[in-house]
Design a protein around this ligand. Sequence first.
Ligand code: ZN
Length: 494
Amino acid sequence: MPLTPTKIRTKEIMKMPEPSENRSSYAATVLDVPEVATTNSNLRLMKTRVRRVSPPQEASFLKLDNGDLADLIENPENPDQTLFAVCHDGDVRYADKVECNGQTFVPMPRNSALLSDVRLPRGVQPYGTLEILIRRMRGFIAKCVRLPGDYLLLLVYFMIYTQFDDLLPIAVCLLVLGLPGSGKTTLLELLRLLCRRAIMVSDMSLAATSEICTAFTPTFLMDENEWGCNRGNIALRQLLRAATTQHALARRKGSVTRIFGPRVLTALKPPDDPGLMRRWIQMPMTEVNDVELIKPDDPRLSQEVETLQSMLLQLRFDLYPKIKPAVIQGPEAKALRPGTRDILGSLAAPFTDFPEAGQFLAAFLSVFHDSQSREPLSTVQNAIVAALFRFIHETPNSQAALVGGIGWTANQALAEAKERVRLSPKGAGGLLSSLGFARRVRTNRGSAVLLDLNLRKEVHRLVEDYGNDYVAQWIGTTGIGNCELCAKQAGGAK
Ligand SMILES: [Zn+2]
């Protein structure tokens, strides 16, 4: 958490503490010997150098000038107290205060209203390797909920990612969907145990969010959300859309506050809000009747929770200096939408030494996120794609297609489908650009789009990914001839 430097107010400096005043809440003020202004003999221009010794400041996390990290833990001997776990060159000690540049920092107290419900680690413990830790967490989660393999692993990676969310520019959010009794609340309970500083909130208003975010960097958990159209819900959606980027700040009562952080929400159904759905990973849950499952708060699991939390803190200390958004190579990662690649960059950031995780996450997001959250193309966009598709199949050797001609063909398709909308030449140009075909060549008959291999591939991809009724109808009457790209797609689909 960034610490705001103590501001010195003139009134405080000039006011000397009365004997009866509570010294612990008052900044002791030291007035040094005044410097004589040499450029002006007027003594009234004498400067006064003021140094202030501040009272201890509360902190939830510190990165000290010497590279040491101090993170908040629960005192293992007294659950009502907090301590710092201080990591210096890989060695960890516990301390009830930390000094830095003449400033004393004390751990945020356990009894502060916001922190009282947060489950903190009670120390650090070695975890072996990241792979061993992942396996152990999978085993733990599987004791409490039934999730298909891909989602189970996603959940483990998400929990690990939350240990570093304060270092990453994009916050990852999960939306757990399922009917009542499908185990959504149990899943939140699990996340509360193993995500970093997870906090269950019933109110995710701007006021509540910014207060918690300013105090410490939490993982927000919120059960049973509804997506109505009342003012509160609309405000919540706006906040959720904004809160996924690190630089997102909200203005509240004239001041600027933080609202950033990973979130997990549960709901019966997804919101009808494409902007939100592009930023959220959906996680469906179905009811299972399995007598072997144990509640996350079962005393039989408490020792394992404590161990895993301590291991996750050790992992944070180990990886903290090198965490940055991951750049995943490979065709699956490259094919992701830019926004999804940002989510992947954050989610995969802790796994640079375990590339399997990055590859898994790229494939997962491609199959379960990008395809589900994709907005359909509009009618006119589909007509433009269909027109391009016709051009590259009917005249496979032509180098370029006039924008006016593409618009005319698109209008023909719209008319045949009894759509009332028609495109102007300018409208066709704008739509081509919106689909990523912005490059033009000028010809003596007007501007044209180059029908190069990139464009041909992209048009095939758009038809394949989004489906296109105009294209389907056209293929149905004329066939595709011997197009290599169509043949390749048909081969890949088998
Ligand atoms: Zn083709």
